[in-house]
Design a protein around this ligand. Structure first.
Ligand SMILES: *Cc1c(COP(=O)(O)O)cnc(C)c1O
Length: 424
């Protein structure tokens, strides 16, 4: 081992590990030397998980309230999920798309069922959210129109088509020129949508709850207007449910709670329960046949191993009654956190919640939470996002609520002490 790999400041990396000797600190140094810096330096080196908890290399336990960013639907190391993957791996792990497999067919059938898609609907299987949206982007071009509407603060992924739909300039501009034709209009602004909509629009992309933007739900009125206006002008309504789908908000799709059927739904994050799987569902025979033979594809799409992982996830959500559970725990979290002084509002539904703080301190709170054994995420300066596994219990949720209340109260007391101190 070279000197370079010695941790310089292990104390910053682990609260409990001894500076300079912690396994985590050494591992994170090796990370820095081996992996590209696209994510910055990770916060901890994790070794294993069980249910709602993960452990780091120094033996510290964390309640995972981010769930791998809305991915670990069944928590960590779920035995049924792990067993289904192991069994499939020992049976048939991968075949090319020149051949079909039973898990792939069953997954597509299951997705058509849970999305309530009408007769003639079809599924395209892929490996990630960005790929699902890339497929939707290409599908929209097949309308023969090239104008696409997306929303301010939208996040649709990082491949160049999905990136062309993503709003944040800092993500897009270094890679210009991207695919042309995309315009952004403010979310929840029906007048702006009416003005932008026309017979030359191929598609409107929406996230029913804008996750990366800080958990900003689109209103029922807005989504209804979006459905009505896209239909009137022959444009596709494409719902990016990569984050909100697969039970995250308490229904299979967030759009189902609104009673609105889009033309296309994209899925990924929670679908594989931690195994990389993405999907696009095209509603109805017309949209379902817009991408024809040879017009799209991916080597791994519908791979039986991935399909088995997704099927195990969907079956568990069903058999364990997790949709109702998500609603109950989500409502409990919303009420208890909403009552904490220092919390302005709790947005979102089910287990996709944005805690709006009265001050711009979300990064500081997230750092303190990690030290205290809670994984949360600050998507914007005043918002904390929770997207835990769908199996999170009321008791587990309560441990975080108590910690947050104590932390914000302690912070308020210190601030007022400091103010009195300066008065004296
Ligand atoms: C995460 C996310 C994506 C991108 O998915 P990847 O699997 O990271 O490519 C796209 N859309 C939404 C709404 C997301 O939350």
């Amino acid at each position: 081992m070279t000197d370079d790999l010695e941790p310089h400041d292990g104390s910053e990396l682990s609260a409990h590990g001894e500076a300079g000797t912690s396994h985590g600190a050494v591992g994170l140094k090796r990370y820095e030397h081996a992996l590209m810096g696209t994510y910055g330096v990770p916060q901890r080196l994790l070794t294993h998980g069980q249910g709602s908890y993960v452990w780091d290399a120094d033996g510290n336990r964390y309640l995972d309230l981010l769930g791998g960013i809305a991915v670990n639907a069944l928590g960590h190391a779920d035995p049924e999920w792990a067993g289904a993957i192991a069994t499939q791996a020992a049976t048939l792990g991968h075949v090319s798309n020149f051949f079909a497999t039973e898990p792939q067919i069953r997954l597509a059938e299951r997705l058509l069922e849970i999305t309530g898609a009408p007769t003639g609907s079809r599924v395209f299987l892929c490996n990630s959210g960005t790929e699902a949206n890339e497929a939707a982007f290409k599908l929209s071009r097949r309308t023969g129109r090239t104008r696409i509407l997306a929303l301010v603060d939208a996040f649709h992924g990082r491949s160049t088509g999905a990136l062309a739909l993503t709003h944040k300039a800092a993500y897009r501009e270094p890679f210009a020129p991207l695919a042309p034709g995309v315009e952004w209009i403010p979310a929840n602004d029906i007048a702006a949508l009416e003005e932008a909509m026309g017979d030359d629009v191929a598609a409107l992309f929406v996230e029913p709850v804008q996750g990366e933007a800080g958990v900003i739900p689109l209103t029922h009125a807005y989504l209804s207007a979006a459905r009505e206006l896209t239909r009137r002008h022959g444009a596709l309504l494409i719902a990016d449910e990569v984050q909100t789908g697969i039970g995250r908000t308490g229904t299979w799709l967030a759009m189902q709670a609104h009673g609105i059927q889009p033309d296309v739904v994209t899925l990924a994050k929670g679908l594989g329960g931690g195994f990389p799987v993405g999907a696009l569902v095209a509603y109805g025979p017309e949209v379902a046949t817009m991408l024809g033979k040879g017009q799209h594809g991916t080597t791994f799409g519908g791979n039986p191993l991935a399909a088995a992982a997704a099927l195990a996830t969907l079956d568990a959500i069903d058999h364990r009654g997790l949709l109702a559970h998500v609603k109950a725990v989500g409502e409990h979290l919303k009420q208890t956190i909403g009552a904490i002084p220092g919390v302005a509002d709790v947005r979102g539904d089910g287990l996709l919640l944005g805690i709006a703080l009265e001050e711009q301190i979300s990064a500081e709170v997230a750092a303190a939470a990690l030290e205290a054994g809670f994984i949360i995420n600050p998507p914007s300066p005043d918002t904390i996002r929770l997207a835990p596994s769908l199996t999170l219990t009321h008791e587990e949720a309560d441990t975080f609520v108590s910690w947050l209340a104590g932390h914000l109260a302690g912070r308020a007391a210190r601030t007022s002490d400091a103010a009195e101190g300066s008065d004296a």
